[in-house]
Design a protein around this ligand. Structure first.
Ligand code: ADP
Ligand code: ASP
Ligand code: MG
Length: 411
């Protein structure tokens, strides 16, 4: 008997009819003799609604209370799913993070999974029950509820698949797999049949939210092959797997965008040893992950420091930075939340020059200003005004010929 873990995202369980359809899909595999473990997200829009509610109570919502609130959306869908299965005459049990004992650290709203206890799940599976687990949530040593960061239900699913040594882990969503860019933004986006963990990690880290980055990290570490596919069709999706020789090595494999970051600039900072540490240590102590950092030197021993943080941490980061700016005698602190980071990604870029230049050229042709740039061996990222995101994504996808399976060597 195979153990199959299937995760369904928010749009797949957006209303009672859709939950019933998902239950049908799962029951079919159960009837064929498989042991089914299902992970569900909250109904589409619910988690965002909770975030809005919280902000009406507190400018920077208390993280512990935020997790009590955020985790409630998944409690709704798993209970309804279990009822749908029982109504069809099969046995099913819903489990929350604490009941599965998904132990995490204490970093509320972005907690990391430390361990999972499979005893209870194995017992239920042996009894022939379908198990439905609330995604995105865990529990600390002190029994406080935590959540795993937005999109974290993917991570719950892969972590469960790893812990249960499942035969399959399928991520069901509202598109047919992983594409060369977001198919909802660029109609010529092409579905990728197979992609390596490393490339998927890069795409996810740069904004391709079709898979949560931590889920890909888990999948890579525990060698869980992932199948990303659509809830609404039976089409084969994308396999995220280890690299093998038959895989195409693309010059550029995808274009991503990330609208979840914000920019902060501290102007006229004294250019002395230790300044960067004074600024970034308290930010990191607050659990805020800084992404791009640019420092440019002015005349007269002054410098400007610009960096990006997750938009959800913007208010907290600003509070910290304004305090330090006063202490170190910087002139001013400014910020912009309406930015987007556009990236091109591909392992094939390692051995090619001119890719970044092409990107700059295309953005210039579209009259899009670049405010920050960062590069690595296999990616180039540019920060631009958020309102040009879609235009930039389509122009780059087109320029790098990503709609075609076989790209020319040079573009
Ligand atoms: P779920 O609620 O099922 O977890 P998400 O909204 O988190 O779904 O992720 C699916 C969405 O990811 C798609 O609807 C699509 O707009 C977006 N997306 C962004 N980049 C990509 C990509 N490269 N391939 C596929 N989908 C992408
Ligand atoms: N409901 C959570 C979110 O919207 C977790 C998830 O859907 O994966 O981020
Ligand atoms: Mg998601």
């Amino acid at each position: 008997m195979a153990i199959i873990v299937q995760k369904f995202g928010g749009t797949s369980v957006a209303n009672p009819e859709k939950i019933k359809a998902v239950a049908e899909r799962v029951m079919k595999l159960h009837r064929q003799g498989n042991k089914m473990v299902v992970v569900l997200s909250a109904m589409a829009g619910e988690t965002n609604r909770f975030v809005d509610l919280a902000k009406q109570m507190q400018k920077i919502p208390d993280p512990r209370e935020m997790d009590v609130l955020l985790s409630s959306g998944e409690q709704v869908t798993v209970s309804l799913f279990a009822m749908a299965v029982k109504a069809a005459g099969l046995d099913c049990v819903s489990l929350l993070g604490d009941q599965v004992k998904i132990k995490t650290d204490t970093m509320h709203t972005k907690a990391r999974i430390k361990s999972i206890d499979t005893d209870r799940m194995c017992r239920y599976l042996d009894e022939g029950k379908i198990i439905v687990v609330a995604g995105f949530q865990g529990i600390t040593e002190d029994n406080d509820i935590t959540t795993l960061g937005r999109g974290g239900s993917d991570t719950t699913a892969v972590a469960l698949a790893a812990a249960l040594k499942a035969d399959q882990c399928e991520i069901f969503t509202d598109v047919e797999g992983v594409y060369t860019t977001d198919p909802n933004v660029c109609p010529s986006a092409r579905k990728i049949d197979r992609i390596t963990y490393d490339e998927m990690l890069e795409l996810a880290s740069l904004g391709a939210k079709v898979l949560d980055i931590r889920s890909v990290g888990f999948a890579k570490r525990y060698k869980v092959p992932l199948h990303v596919r659509s809830t609404f069709t039976d089409t084969e999706g994308t396999w995220v797997v280890e690299e093998d020789k038959s895989m195409e090595s693309m010059l550029v494999s995808g274009v991503t965008y990330n609208k979840n970051e914000a920019r902060i600039t501290i102007s006229k900072v004294p250019d002395t040893p230790g300044t960067a540490s004074r600024i970034f240590t308290p930010i990191s102590d607050a659990g805020i992950i800084v992404d791009m950092i640019i420092q440019n030197t002015r005349a007269s021993h002054l410098t400007d420091m610009t960096f990006t943080v997750p938009r959800t941490d913007y208010d907290k980061a600003m509070e910290i930075v304004e305090k330090i700016a006063g202490e170190i005698g910087a002139e001013s602190v400014t910020g912009d939340q309406q930015i987007a980071k556009i990236s091109i990604v591909g392992v094939g870029m390692r051995n090619h020059s001119g890719i970044a230049t092409t990107m700059f050229h295309i953005l210039a042709r579209e009259n899009i200003n670049i405010s920050m740039i960062s590069t690595s061996e296999i990616k180039v990222s540019c920060v631009i005004d958020e309102k040009y995101t879609e235009l930039a994504v389509r122009a780059l996808h087109d320029a790098f010929n990503l709609e075609k399976e076989n790209q020319p060597e040079e573009v």
